[in-house]
Design a protein around this ligand. Structure first.
Ligand code: ADP
Ligand code: NA
Length: 332
């Protein structure tokens, strides 16, 4: 019988924003509280971060900051395997084997590469082959369930393809079938506060376009106050025609744990200007305990490093088992 297991990764570049939080991390929390599967595995994927140039000190700090953020958001390291990708060397080992089975035409079809490489003149090889590493991330733990955003779905299909190619090449059923779990689709997507046509994103050059989970109360108020809406003062939900106001309603409902209808009800008699303050209050209330836990964790780096080291040990014991079997299958 196949053990069902979740694997997901997050890059240690930038702070977790409300899009990442409501679109991914908060839902990961429901997976760790569900014992119908094996312990979920969450990796802070620093090897993926260096496909674009990174400052070493910032990257190192980013890994610890991401670990603190995830734990503060409820990803209890006792109930999952939380680790830094580069702590487990088998990711790159398996990536090589899969890379020898992947073809350039198949890789070149993946949409994210086109997008990311457009602005770069001398494209690094790592940026081109990172879907192979992502396949290795998943297959190394024989993960069966992979939560992703819609824009990453093609990379999961690619990992499914790699599993099939490996199994077929060596006449085995070694890697299980992978199923994606789409967390973020059009309706669950949090929009940029400055341009509600776009999604809230770490890579947006305008920091006022996103709220990070550790922004101060004043920053949250300021960003909500300046959120781009439209010229209608009434508060109602219409994602197509009024993406700015609808985004605020969505943030309000998710932060307060109420439905969109209830959020709109509570805005009766408020104009959008006043409603923005109402939304900021709900967001701040939701983030208060997260901020506090985050700063306590960041003030105890020794403990954070211990948590990551324990996570790495647990990940390594699963990873090395798969890797030894792969070596034996492939004759290495
Ligand atoms: P970013 O786009 O900020 O770089 P990532 O690509 O690192 O974020 O995504 C990490 C996770 O957060 C993914 O599961 C992705 O689907 C989710 N996510 C990112 N942005 C949003 C958003 N604006 N709304 C909902 N979910 C999001
Ligand atoms: Na992204």
């Amino acid at each position: 019988m196949i053990v069902r297991r979740i694997f997901s990764g997050i890059q240690p570049t930038g702070l977790v924003h409300l899009g990442n939080y409501f679109g991914a991390v908060k839902q990961w929390k429901t997976f760790i509280d569900d014992d119908s599967r094996a312990k979920p595995i969450f990796s802070i994927v620093d090897l993926h971060a260096i496909t674009l140039p990174q400052n070493p000190a910032e990257l190192r700090n980013g890994v610890e900051s991401m670990a603190a953020s995830l734990i503060a958001c409820g990803i209890d390291p006792a109930k999952c395997i939380l680790f830094r990708q580069s702590d487990v060397g088998e990711h790159t080992s398996l990536s090589w084997v899969l890379g020898c089975l992947a073809t350039l035409p198949r890789l070149s079809q993946l949409p994210q590469f086109k997008e990311k490489s457009e602005k770069i003149r001398d494209v690094p090889l790592g940026l081109y082959v990172y879907p192979v590493l992502q396949s290795a991330d998943i297959l190394l733990y024989k993960a069966t369930d992979v939560p992703v955003g819609e824009d990453n779905l093609q990379n999961v299909y690619f990992a499914q393809h790699m599993a099939r190619v490996f199994n077929h090449r060596f006449g085995t059923e070694f890697f299980p079938r992978i199923k994606s779990i789409v967390l973020e689709d059009g309706s669950a997507r949090i929009r940029s506060l400055r341009n509600p046509e776009k999604k809230m994103s770490k890579s947006d050059p305008d920091p006022k376009s996103r709220i990070s989970i550790i922004d101060s109360e004043d920053e949250v108020v300021e960003k909500c106050r300046k959120a781009v809406t439209d010229f209608t003062s009434e508060v109602y939900y219409d994602l197509e025609k009024r993406p700015g106001v609808s985004n605020l309603i969505l943030l309000h409902s998710l932060s307060a744990g109420i439905t969109v209808d209830e959020a709109v009800q509570s805005a009766q008699g408020l104009d959008t200007g006043k409603y923005k303050l109402h939304v900021a209050e709900a967001v701040n209330e939701h983030l208060k305990p997260i901020r506090e836990t985050y700063s306590a964790l960041m003030n105890d780096r020794h403990h954070l490093r211990e948590v990551l080291s324990e996570g790495a040990q647990n990940a390594r014991s699963l990873a090395s088992e798969t890797w030894q079997a792969v070596r034996s299958i492939a004759g290495l």
